[in-house]
Design a protein around this ligand. Structure first.
Ligand SMILES: [Zn+2]
Length: 97
C-alpha cells in the first residue's frame, strides 16, 4: 500500500453514481423532515383541511377524544378526501384558539 489516503478513497467513491446518491441521503432526509414539519404546521393555521395528496377538500367523518391526551382537550379527527378518498387522522387541540 503506497500513498493511498482517505482522500483518494473518497475521490474514487465520488466517481460512483450510487455512492454519490447515498452520501447525499442525509441531506435529502433533512429536507424531507423540514417539509413534513411545514406540512404539520399548516393544518393548525386554517380550519378547512385540504388533502395532502391531491389538495382536494376533506370532510370530517369522525371525532373522538385522543387516546392519550383526550382529557387535555385533544381530539382525533378522521378526515376523508372528497376527491381521492384518502383517509387521514388529525390530532386537533381544542384548547387552543
Ligand atoms: Zn385527496
Amino acid at each position: 500500500m503506497s500513498g493511498i489516503s482517505l482522500d483518494d478513497i473518497v475521490k474514487l467513491l465520488n466517481q460512483i453514481p450510487i455512492w454519490r446518491s447515498v452520501s447525499a441521503l442525509p441531506k435529502r432526509v433533512r429536507e424531507l423532515e423540514e417539509r413534513v414539519a411545514a406540512l404539520e404546521l399548516k393544518p393548525m393555521a386554517k380550519s378547512a383541511a385540504t388533502c395532502p395528496l391531491c389538495g382536494g377538500e376533506t370532510k370530517t367523518v369522525k371525532v373522538e377524544p385522543n387516546v392519550h391526551f383526550g382529557t387535555m382537550g385533544m381530539q382525533d379527527h378522521t378526515l376523508v378526501c372528497g376527491r381521492c378518498e384518502h383517509i387521514e387522522i388529525r390530532q386537533i387541540d381544542t384548547m387552543k384558539g
